[in-house]
Unconditional design. Sequence first.
Length: 290
Amino acid sequence: MAIKVGIQLYSVRNALAERPYETLESVSEIGYKYIEAANHNAAEDDGVGFGVPAAKMKESMDRYGLQIAGCHINPLLPQRLPEILEYHSKIGNKQIGCDIEFFPYGDMDYLKRRCELFNEVGHICKENGFRFYYHNHYQEFQAFGDTTVYDYIMSHTDPSLVFVEMDLYWIVRGGMDPLAYIEKYKDRIILIHQKDFPATAPQALNMFDGVLRKDGNLTDGVFSATKFPECFVEVGTGILPIQKYIDALSDAPNLEYLILEQDHTACPTELESIKKSMEAFKKLQGIQLH
């Protein structure tokens, strides 16, 4: 079965902040029918991250032919989940995810506690008819002893409670092979994030190849300071073998969506950027746009 192509609304975050409903319409007109939201104010906002009431969000989605594939929730607070899940039920969403984590280097106790939290959140979600998923960046591929943070999370969380949204770009930038990780955790993959990396980037593809120390303390500040806009390019215009990734994912039993996430762009506007990626998506095999 073809993988549905969607878009993470973080890709058009500035446009959404200024004109939320018009931006949703533009996203649909460009050709994206499946959307994933990113709520980075979940301590106060129950919804999709840009202050839109559930009824109005659902009305807009219906008008523009959009379906929601998931939503990042940050911070991840179990006590806030009842209100958050209620909102997302109203707009037809049944999947929420953890979008970014930073692990003090070598602090296995902290890592263990986070895994316990992920299981707890996954249990609450499952009881309410939702799925919970974990989204990676590059810092999960630091080595802690004889394992990586990512592999530790996978081995210390319940596969029936904690699914994964693999960000293949960040796996590469963590110095790992996405194809190997796809094979290793294929049964747990429900979403994929896809970006692309330019041939002319000012950094090495592998963040641990002279950019950062693999045994360094990768904090939020370090992440922000080293996430260069020039290291992102529209899908299909960079060097990542995206068709190979799609081919490897073709038999992932629980995978539903391949999601474009554009952190930065050299295009004049965010909407021009996601349109450029959409044209590239049309040339790929094994995907479904509508």
